[in-house]
Structures are given as structure tokens and as C-alpha cells.
Design a protein around this ligand. Structure first.
Ligand code: BDR
Ligand code: CA
Length: 310
């Protein structure tokens, strides 16, 4: 079987870190590069975190810095969940790895255009880099296999009643992606809030006792403390790796094709992924949204991913 070629655009971030862990060494996935933007923290911090993650996990992939701010609105970061560093809870060795010199947007465009095989773009942060790439070089649309993203929900938000963090960080970018004509698959809070890092999950992963399990458990303990403080959850929702779990085993979710608009009105629903799941409007269905997830299989995939490290 041909490996699926992916670019991972992210803002690490505790759950982004686990998405990188999964993407980094799966036999069916070739991680072409990691592109970074502001989101969970400023670009300087999310970039630094990404380098630390790849260095610690021993991943030989380019890491490219991208947009320091959303297209139109002001930067919004999330220290309440991810801490001041954006990745509180793990002590990395001094950093030796450096960034690839290419800008994330240039990297996305060139990598996709130069690839013989179509490329899957996975985003687990605001979609500023991808939106810029789509606008700068629309020809990439022909070579994008699909866009697989964590963001939004067809029910409620997690920053406002209506909006999820990644989409609310850059709603205009999300709008560009959703109306691009590419295949867009959305893994939102409706499913990611089903996969909670409960204490028994931490114990299970801790037992693997390798470098990746140490990474997972240390980070998840802090993530959980913060999720408890902010949302009252006993286990934090491990949002971002759902995208990778889907690529590894598409059967773990069920998807629904819907018409979806991003609310750009700047009112109280700004950033909402307005999904017409009952097809009231009879408009063209521009995205697929995940509506259910096999929680047991998800944790099996995470466990197998951790076990592949030494
Ligand atoms: C999303 O927001 C970020 O804080 C997480 O990394 C995830 O991508 C969840 O709403
Ligand atoms: Ca993220």
C-alpha cells in the first residue's frame, strides 16, 4: 500500500503534540512536514514547541514557521489550557534542531505542487497558513487529496456558546478553506469531546514505559488539570489526534455530508460552523462532519502509536 503523504499544520499545544506523535512514525503515513502558526500560543512559542517535540521524538521532518496572526482579527491564545509556554508539563533537553528556512505557506504550496501523489493536509490549529496557500496558489487544490481538520462542531462551542477555538481564532481563514472546493473533513467537538483522557487512560499509557509514553503522560496530566479548572472535565478531550486516527482507520468515525457556513457576522455566533445537518436549506454539501466515534478503537490507535517509539 502506498503511504499517504501528509502535511500537518498546527499550533502545539498538548493535543497537537500527540497528533505529531501519531503522524511521525505510522507505517501508512509519510509526514512531509509540519507547518506552524499562532493559536494555542504566539508563533514564537508554538514554533519552539514544535521543534522540541520533533527533537524529543526523533522525527526527521521539516518544521516551517508560518503566520504570526490571523487574516483579519487579532491574535487569540489559550494559556488557560496549554499554559504560558503553550506546552506546559514537559522538560525538554536543550534545543539543537532548527526551523526549515521556508515560510510555511511557501512550503505548503511547493510541496503539494511538486508531489506526484496527491497530498492530504491535516490542520489542528487555526487555518491561516492553509487559507493563505489556497489564495496564493489556487492550483494546489488539484493536488490536495483532502483537508482533514480538527475544528468547529455542529452543536456547541468551547470558547463561546457557538464557536470552537480553532475556528474562532481565524474564522475568515476557515471560510476560505470551507469554500475552496476541496474535500473538507471536519472533526469537531461533537466527537473530540467523547475521547477524554480519563485517569485510566493515563495509567494504561504509562504502563508502556517508553519515551513516548513518558511524553504522553506528563503532558496529559497538566492538560487534564487545566481542563478540570476551565471546564470541570475529569479527563481532557484529546481533540487533535482524532484527525490522524481517522487517517489511520477511517472506520473509527461516521461522517455526514452537510452544507456548512462559517458565521462571519462578528455577532455572538462569530466563528460558528453552521452545519445544516437536517438539510433544511438544500444547499450544496461542501464538507463532511464526523458525527460519532469508536472511543475504544481511538485509544487502541493512540496506544499503538505510543508503542511504536522506543
Ligand atoms: C482545539 O483548540 C486547541 O486549544 C486545541 O489544540 C485544539 O486544536 C480544540 O478546540
Ligand atoms: Ca491545536
Amino acid at each position: 500500500m502506498k503511504k499517504r503523504k501528509i502535511i500537518l499544520d498546527c499550533d502545539p499545544g498538548h493535543d497537537d503534540a500527540i497528533a505529531i506523535l501519531l503522524a511521525g512514525n505510522h507505517p501508512d503515513i509519510e509526514l512531509l512536514g509540519i507547518t506552524i502558526e499562532s493559536g494555542n500560543q504566539t508563533l514564537a512559542k508554538t514554533g519552539f514547541n514544535a521543534l522540541n517535540i520533533v527533537q524529543y521524538l526523533g522525527l526527521n521532518v521539516p518544521v516551517c514557521l508560518g503566520s504570526p496572526e490571523p487574516l483579519i482579527k487579532e491574535v487569540e491564545v489559550c494559556p488557560a489550557i496549554h499554559g504560558e509556554s503553550g506546552l506546559d508539563g514537559f522538560d525538554f533537553d536543550p534545543l539543537i534542531r532548527d526551523f526549515d528556512s521556508r515560510h510555511a505557506v511557501t512550503f505548503i504550496i511547493d510541496t503539494i505542487l511538486n508531489s506526484i501523489q496527491p497530498v492530504t493536509v491535516v490542520t489542528t490549529g487555526p487555518m491561516t497558513n492553509l487559507a493563505l496557500a489556497l489564495k496564493l496558489e489556487p492550483k494546489i487544490k488539484l493536488k490536495i487529496d483532502e483537508i482533514v481538520l480538527m475544528g468547529g462542531s455542529y452543536t456547541n462551542g468551547n470558547v463561546t456558546p457557538a464557536a470552537e477555538f480553532n475556528i474562532l481564532c481565524d474564522p475568515e481563514a476557515a471560510h476560505i478553506v470551507f469554500t475552496s472546493g476541496c474535500i473538507v473533513k471536519l472533526f469537531g467537538l461533537d466527537v473530540t469531546r467523547k475521547v477524554l483522557v480519563l485517569p485510566e487512560i493515563i495509567t494504561r499509557m504509562e504502563k508502556i514505559n517508553n519515551s513516548a509514553s513518558l511524553f504522553f503522560t506528563k503532558l496529559m496530566k497538566v492538560f487534564n488539570e487545566n481542563q478540570k479548572k476551565v471546564f470541570g472535565f475529569e479527563g481532557g478531550p484529546l481533540h487533535d489526534p482524532v484527525t490522524l486516527a481517522y487517517l489511520i482507520d477511517p472506520k473509527i468515525v461516521s461522517m455526514l455530508k452537510v452544507h456548512c457556513d462559517i458565521d462571519l457576522s462578528r455577532g455572538t455566533s462569530y466563528g460558528r460552523t453552521n452545519c445544516d445537518i437536517f438539510d433544511y436549506l438544500k444547499l450544496p454539501k461542501n464538507i463532511e462532519i464526523a458525527v460519532s466515534i469508536d472511543v475504544k478503537k481511538y485509544w487502541d490507535i493512540i496506544e499503538e502509536g505510543i508503542k511504536r517509539y522506543t
